[in-house]
Design a binder for this molecule. Structure first.
Ligand code: AOS
Ligand code: ZN
Ligand code: ZN
Ligand code: ZN
Length: 426
């Protein structure tokens, strides 16, 4: 499977063009007082986690069209992420899902991770499906359920995830709760919230002091009347209730159409409660499309908030966990993930180009047009040479998708794993 040497060889035909473009952009940016190598350095350091469930074709609730060569085990999922990381140097961790990724042999897994240069990003619990041999059903909720026994079962499952996380060195436990109701009157809204808060507190107590709980919100789906954690305000209030180790997770697809996500990001940064992202693209709702495919300007504006907050000395430094949460219906998942990472790095690079001093000045003096033009100037800069240079410096491919195709990776995976390999996906 595509060796580092092969990646370098496949880079050769692209190198001359790349150097010309990078040189040009370096000079152009220098005229504006921006040092391209500094931006590249920040891009090299930037890492986006890959979730185990995005490596195969997820399909939709109507059907799935298997691509072939999809990972059949946790080991193969790690192999796929290692490959992505060798191609772009920007995906050095994997997020696991319990029970889809229950580790059978922890020391062997740790060794595989070490050898592949990867770590575990987050552990993700699942109380949105009933598992085989599970005594109680989650049909009417898990952490918010009216029955103590059901809540206990869901709490225990989460604690089990925390335990796996401890063994594997994961520093994040992510909770996305599907709990909600389908019809008016079905659920006592305040009590459902209270029960959820108390259940989360029991899980929180089981976490070691170096673990963070990320609380993900989502306005609707699978329930279509109410969701127990529908918005950032609810996540935020739960974090306040739990303590400093709880943080809000923003999944870009978990907002009603036209929500100003960048403002939510700014607010959460202000409150010191922004813990992480699930990146994806969205037209309508939780579409889980390729990141940056539909609203690249919005993605840039989100990064603009992040960079602004990172440079604000008055804010306490706080780690933000970046992950892609996408599902694949028509594309090769690995190509899609490479595209997503590239969009994320591009948006970050553009946000780093913003003349922040000038922007603050324009904002303070209410110069609307100047402020907007400063953002547009950064957004409309073609930063692809900076991203490619970051890949190159990390030992990766100048064009990960092109090299993936030229290296015939999917064809080899199909040969190794078969045409109809099973996978789990959302
Ligand atoms: C579901 O809509 C959420 O985006 C989750 O973050 C995620 O897809 C799920 O938890 C996978 O386990
Ligand atoms: Zn998500
Ligand atoms: Zn989602
Ligand atoms: Zn989803």
């Amino acid at each position: 499977m595509l060796t580092d040497q092969q990646i370098q060889d496949l880079n050769q035909p692209l190198l001359d063009d790349h150097q010309f473009r990078y040189q040009f952009l370096t000079e152009l940016l220098a005229r504006r007082g921006v040092e391209a190598p500094d931006v590249v350095q920040q891009l090299v350091a930037f890492q986006v986690a890959i979730p185990s469930w995005a490596l195969g074709t997820g399909g939709t609730r109507f059907g799935r069209y298997p691509l072939g060569g999809e990972p059949r085990s946790l080991e193969e999922k790690i192999q796929d992420v290692a490959l992505l990381n060798r191609l772009n140097g920007s995906s050095n961790s994997i997020s696991l899902h319990i029970p889809w990724d229950i580790p059978q042999d922890v020391p062997a897994l740790q060794q595989q991770l070490r050898e592949s240069g990867l770590t575990i990003d987050s552990m993700n619990s699942n109380t949105f499906q009933d598992q085989k041999n599970q005594p109680y059903s989650y049909k009417f909720g898990s952490l918010s359920n009216t029955e103590t026994a059901v809540r206990q079962q869901a709490i225990q499952h989460n604690i089990e995830c925390v335990e796996y996380g401890k063994q594997l060195g994961a520093k994040i436990h992510t909770v996305w709760l599907a709990d909600g109701s389908n019809f008016p009157g079905q659920q006592h809204l305040r009590r459902a919230y209270q029960r959820t808060a108390e259940s989360l507190a029991s899980i929180y107590e089981a976490m070691p002091s170096d673990m963070t709980m990320l609380i993900e919100y989502k306005p609707y789906e699978p329930h279509f009347y109410s969701t127990v954690i529908p918005d950032w305000g609810t996540s935020y209030s739960l974090c306040q209730y739990l303590g400093q180790q709880a943080q809000v997770l923003v999944d870009l697809g978990h907002h009603l159409p036209n929500t100003n996500i960048e403002q939510i990001v700014g607010r959460l940064k202000h409150f010191g409660r922004l813990g992480g992202f699930h990146f994806n693209g969205s037209m309508y709702g939780d579409d889980d499309l390729t990141t940056g495919s539909t609203k690249p300007f919005q993605l840039f504006l989100i990064f603009n908030e992040l960079v602004d907050a990172a440079q604000d000395q008055t804010l306490a430094e706080a780690a933000v966990a970046y992950m892609i949460d996408a599902s694949h219906n028509t594309k090769d998942p690995l190509e899609d993930l490479l595209q997503s990472v590239e969009s994320i790095l591009g948006a970050y690079a553009k946000a780093l180009l913003v003349d922040r001093a000038a922007l603050h000045e324009a904002q303070e003096s209410n110069d609307v047009v100047r402020a907007e033009e400063l953002l547009r100037d950064a957004f409309l800069t073609d930063v692809r040479p900076l991203v490619a240079e970051a890949y190159r410096q990390a030992g990766g491919a100048l064009s990960p998708v092109a090299v993936y195709r030229a290296g015939q990776v999917r064809e080899q995976l199909i040969q190794q794993r078969g045409k109809l390999s099973l996978s789990t996906g959302l």
